[in-house]
Design a protein around this ligand. Structure first.
Ligand SMILES: C[S@@+](CC[C@H](N)C(=O)[O-])C[C@H]1O[C@@H](n2cnc3c(N)ncnc32)[C@H](O)[C@@H]1O
Length: 219
């Protein structure tokens, strides 16, 4: 099945509410734990979360690491508003900041020490632009962890995943999940993207039946 693009930015209020209220605890905490298992020795790092959405992952990061700072970047103003409120409420506003901008337009000075990104890449029309941005936003040699969905073989297979994994979720969340699966990349496509940009110290792996990850260091 060919990739079917979905809208890049999630800024419809109903969509944002459905996403922000969904329970991603297992996936998001697993992602954060995996980052710090891969990279246990980061000292006072400035970590960037690309496509941070409603801020759940940045909050889990500062709770997990005592001295890191996080910059969450998302092009959706409703997502950023939600994220800022969540961080304020949790009392971490001194260690987490947000930037409401497309990552393609962001510059960081100085560049960050590490980068994580969950479920952004399938939104991006040109994935090479995503990988290229990592080189500009990070210090050479910085560690990354990127996770996203695997594209199923057919729309029917995508629908079966939605029915199995999100049976009781609101209809808007189920529709978005289906479109995200249709817009996602295969493991081979991600490997080709990394090769094209010479990410020779990064590796793609299939995490489970629905996700790929890329980890390693960006030069
Ligand atoms: C599926 S959500 C993932 C949110 C969060 N990473 C999580 O795992 O909970 C994808 C997010 O990427 C954002 N996004 C899409 N394209 C973007 C871009 N070019 N620059 C910045 N953010 C973008 C969307 O607005 C949305 O909030």
């Amino acid at each position: 099945m060919k990739r079917v693009l979905e809208p890049e930015v999630m800024d419809d209020p109903e969509q944002v509410l459905a996403y922000a209220q969904a329970d991603f605890e297992e996936e998001n905490q697993g992602f954060v734990d995996q980052f710090f298992t891969l990279y246990p020795d980061l000292e006072n790092p400035h970590i960037v979360d690309l496509g941070c959405g409603p801020g759940d992952i940045p909050l889990r990061v500062v709770r997990r690491h005592p001295s890191c700072r996080v910059t969450g970047i998302d092009a959706s103003q409703p997502m950023i508003t939600y994220a800022e409120q969540a961080v304020q409420k949790a009392g971490f506003h001194d260690r987490v900041q947000f930037v409401c901008q497309r990552f393609q337009d962001v510059t960081l000075s100085p560049p960050a020490d590490a980068m994580m990104s969950n479920s952004l890449v399938h939104h991006v029309p040109n994935p090479l632009r995503f990988w290229y941005s990592l080189k500009t936003l990070l210090k050479p040699g910085s560690p990354i962890l990127v996770m996203d969905l695997l594209r199923p073989e057919s729309p029917e297979a995508a629908q079966a995943i939605v029915d199995e994994q999100a049976a009781d979720e609101p209809e808007r969340l189920r529709q978005d999940f289906f479109h995200s699966l249709m817009a996602a990349f295969t493991e081979d496509e991600v490997a080709a993207q990394l090769a094209e940009l010479n990410f020779s110290r990064c590796f793609v792996d299939v995490q489970d039946d629905r996700h790929w990850i890329v980890y390693g260091h960006v030069y």
